[in-house]
Design a protein around this ligand. Structure first.
Ligand code: FES
Length: 510
């Protein structure tokens, strides 16, 4: 099981499975084992196989069925957190290298889809940042200056962004961005991996990591072992780690709506505003009389709100003002992004390990970070230099982000204190069919779901990763952990790491 079992269905799912893959049913050996069959995991496998390595990719759910299917698949070298902020937090050279990695990632996707003949609707297009009401134009002025400093050529002012319903005023245009269909692209990667002898295993959770002097042994599924010289953990939030990286990247839920517009009526561009949280917009052509307009936004820290209905209403209201062409809303879904306190992903050797690498912390740049991360991991595993690896090193200490780090961890601590507070409802009578709530049961807190027939399903509300109290997500109908982004199904099964064990069973009688 994984997040493909959450209730909402992204627009991309209509393209069918990314790849069929069996369960792991025997012990296996490979040069490299990769945990997580999303954009980062499949791209890393592809890169390593080009370099002659034997590779296994394993996932707790279907291939490509994790957060990579819940993206809107903007291919952006523009930075959603802004380069001028990255420069002030991490310095000019870091910002320059990071920009180069993102531009190279788009180039790499373009080259691979061409070389492998992957029909994934890839196109180059422009991206636009426009100001939200109340934001100062100096924000954009600082950003265009920063782009010039880091060598992002061609960023320019335009009189207005291509947003049909409003006059956005002066905006920034970013050339050579891109878009694609993420599942079609991942399907092409999977085909190439299988063609060249790579092995994919689906629906097989990894439950243990053991590092030895010359490699690593993973335990997965029903206790089968995978032995490899190196392991890469490329899950949304790393499943091999209890603390280190998790204190540096809080999880956020983000929301997306999509629906038809007359083909060609909305310009083919990536568009973002400067609101906090920002909106992000693109189209996906269908090849027919309609394009699909895709709009995201309304982010919040995972597991901290229950007002998803209001968030979708706000997203629709914003969309109808800015894109009156939208005919109807056919899709609503949510995803989760990890937001590093110093803006950049964590790609490289995991803290305390010599053979286990991680990729996480994609923020709003999941597709480009995943592909750039694959190139970094390839080089690190091959023992080659990579000038981007230093800026994404998971073991880095960013003193300039210390305040943000402290704030996030004080906030996380409040979720442990919740063990002492009252439940969300005082009685299970207050839980409607199809909904859940955390209740207090003596000294314990329980996560209780009432199914449509009225039967209660109770599990411990203590997250099996590191003990925070989980919260009900009424939209996806699952339990979300606010600390590090684990999700659990109503029967307690893990849908998203870092947890690897289910919520504990609980005896509860109404
Ligand atoms: Fe770490 Fe829940 S995800 S405590």
């Amino acid at each position: 099981m994984n997040v493909s079992m959450e209730r909402s269905v992204p627009v991309w799912m209509a393209s069918g499975p990314v790849a069929d893959a069996p369960l792991l049913r025997s012990d296996e050996h490979a040069d490299v084992v990769i945990v997580g069959a999303g954009i980062a995991g499949l791209s890393t496998a592809y890169e390593l196989m080009r370099a002659g390595k034997s590779v296994i990719v394993i996932d707790r759910g279907p291939i490509g069925g994790g957060m990579s299917s819940r993206t809107t698949a903007h291919l952006a070298s523009a930075l959603d957190d802004f380069y001028h902020r990255l420069i002030s937090r991490r310095g000019l050279e870091t910002a320059r290298r990071y920009f180069n990695s993102q531009a190279a990632a788009i180039d790499r996707i373009e080259a691979i889809q061409q070389h492998e003949g992957i029909d994934c609707d890839f196109v180059r297009l422009d991206g636009y940042f426009f100001l939200s009401p109340g934001d100062d134009e100096s924000l954009l002025e600082q950003e265009i200056d920063a782009c010039e400093q880091i060598g992002f050529n061609g960023v320019s002012w335009v009189e207005r962004a291509p947003v049909p319903g409003v006059d956005t005023g002066r905006s920034l245009r970013f050339p050579r961005q891109g878009r694609f269909h993420p599942r079609k692209y991942m399907a092409g990667l999977a085909r190439a991996i299988l063609r060249d002898g790579g092995r994919l295993y689906a629906n097989t959770p990894v439950t243990g990591f053991q590092e030895t002097a010359d490699g690593v042994t993973l335990t997965a599924g029903h206790g089968h072992k995978i032995h490899a010289q190196a392991a890469v953990v490329a899950t949304n939030s790393p499943v091999n780690d209890r603390v280190a990286v998790h204190t540096k990247q809080p999880p956020y839920r983000t929301y997306v709506i999509a629906g038809p517009v007359e083909a060609g009526s909305v310009p083919d561009a990536l568009v973002w505003d400067t609101q906090e949280a920002y909106h992000y917009v693109r189209i996906q052509p269908t090849g027919g009389a309609e394009d699909i307009l895709i709009i995201g936004g309304e982010d919040h820290k995972t597991g901290t709100v229950h007002d998803m209905g209001d968030r979708f209403a706000a997203l629709e209201e914003w969309t109808r003002r800015h894109y009156p062409q939208l005919q109807s809303i056919e899709y609503r879904w949510s995803g989760q992004v990890m937001e590093p306190v110093d803006y950049l992903p964590f790609t490289g050797l995991n803290h305390g390990n010599t053979h286990i690498y991680i990729h996480t912390g994609d923020s709003g740049q999941g597709m480009t970070n995943g592909v750039a991360g694959a190139m970094i991991l390839r080089d690190l595993i091959l023992g080659l230099d990579n000038s981007w690896a230093e800026v994404t090193d998971p073991q880095r200490i960013s003193l300039s982000a210390a305040g943000e780090f402290l704030k996030e961890n004080i906030e996380a601590a409040t979720h442990w204190v919740e063990h002492l507070t009252a439940g969300e409802v005082s009685s299970t009578n207050d839980i409607q069919p199809g909904q859940g709530a955390v209740i207090r049961d003596g000294l314990k807190k329980l996560a209780v779901f009432r199914d449509e027939s009225g039967t209660l399903h109770a599990r411990s509300a203590t997250c099996s990763h590191a003990g925070c109290v989980v919260h009900w997500n009424p939209f996806e109908r699952c339990w979300d952990c606010p600390c590090h982004g684990s999700h659990f199904a109503v029967d307690g099964s893990v849908l998203n790491g870092p947890a690897i064990s289910p919520l504990a069973k609980a005896d509860y009688e109404e």
